[in-house]
Design a protein around this ligand. Structure first.
Ligand SMILES: Nc1ncnc2c1ncn2[C@@H]1O[C@H](COP(=O)(O)OP(=O)(O)O)[C@@H](O)[C@H]1O
Ligand SMILES: O=C(O)[C@H](O)[C@@H](O)[C@H](O)[C@H](O)COP(=O)(O)O
Length: 223
């Protein structure tokens, strides 16, 4: 979770590859009208978002019922939105960082409907998870692989080593982790190998280093 441009798709892609988990893209689940609205620079309303959140929730529920581990990207900006999504096996990971940095990343991103002009409205409604929510907050001021590695460590997840790939997925969980039963219920805790982040398990495309302001200037000046 996190505002547009915070790195949800990038980090989730790495994690899904490392863990062998299903990956869902919340921004592909919007109704057409929502996409048109955002593309036109108009923030969504709560009423625009409820049906979309239900679609994201269905993805989560289907995975839970099938006992298939997954990670889905969704801005989930307000607590009330997360109320639609939360459940026994749901953990939120907030990607948090400096607004200017996020704005620069959004401006560099190509082929996405979300305009940078909507970042302010996203930031203004963001309600970081409360202490009582099952969530961790991760700083995005470093390369995507380092962010993913922190998520693996903080949630005591098990990189896919040919097994089910199911990990503890609980913030603050013991690093030994816990096994999940095939039906998705938590089974007895068991010893787990320490998390590893071998580069050859990274599935997402590498992200180029962020440009310096002078490089950005040059890019803007290019025809
Ligand atoms: N940690 C990072 N460092 C540098 N660039 C990043 C990082 N995370 C994401 N990016 C880049 O920032 C842009 C926005 O990331 P993206 O994953 O699409 O965010 P979101 O899914 O939250 O909207 C993309 O162009 C991506 O390549
Ligand atoms: O609730 C919203 O206003 C939107 O869902 C928004 O938060 C989300 O960020 C878009 O779907 C863009 O997708 P990205 O977050 O991937 O840029």
């Amino acid at each position: 979770m996190g505002v547009s441009g915070s790195g949800k798709s990038t980090v989730a892609g790495i994690l899904a590859g490392q863990l062998g988990w299903d990956l869902g893209e919340g921004d592909d689940m919007h109704p057409e009208e929502n996409v048109a609205k955002m593309a036109a620079g108009e923030p969504l309303t709560d009423d625009d978002r409820w049906p979309w959140l239900e679609t994201v929730c269905c993805w989560i529920t289907e995975h839970n019922l099938a006992g298939i581990p997954g990670i889905i990207t969704c801005s989930a900006l307000k607590r009330s939105y997360r109320d639609v999504l939360r459940g026994q096996h749901v953990v939120f990971v907030l990607l948090a960082g400096d607004a200017n940095r996020i704005g620069r990343r959004m401006a560099m991103r190509t082929g996405h409907y979300m305009p940078t002009s909507l970042l302010d409205s996203q930031l203004s409604i963001l309600e970081p998870p409360g202490q009582d929510e099952r969530a961790v907050v991760v700083d995005i001021d470093r390369p995507p692989a380092a962010i993913a590695a922190e998520v693996v460590t903080r949630l005591a997840l098990r990189p896919d080593v040919g097994s089910s790939g199911l990990g503890a997925a609980e913030p603050g969980a013991d690093s030994a982790g816990a096994r999940a039963a095939p039906d998705g219920r938590r089974a007895d805790p068991g010893p787990q190998p320490p998390p590893t982040t071998e580069p050859d398990r990274v599935a997402a495309q590498p992200v180029s280093p962020e440009p310096t302001p002078s490089q950005q200037q040059q890019q803007q000046e290019m025809p």
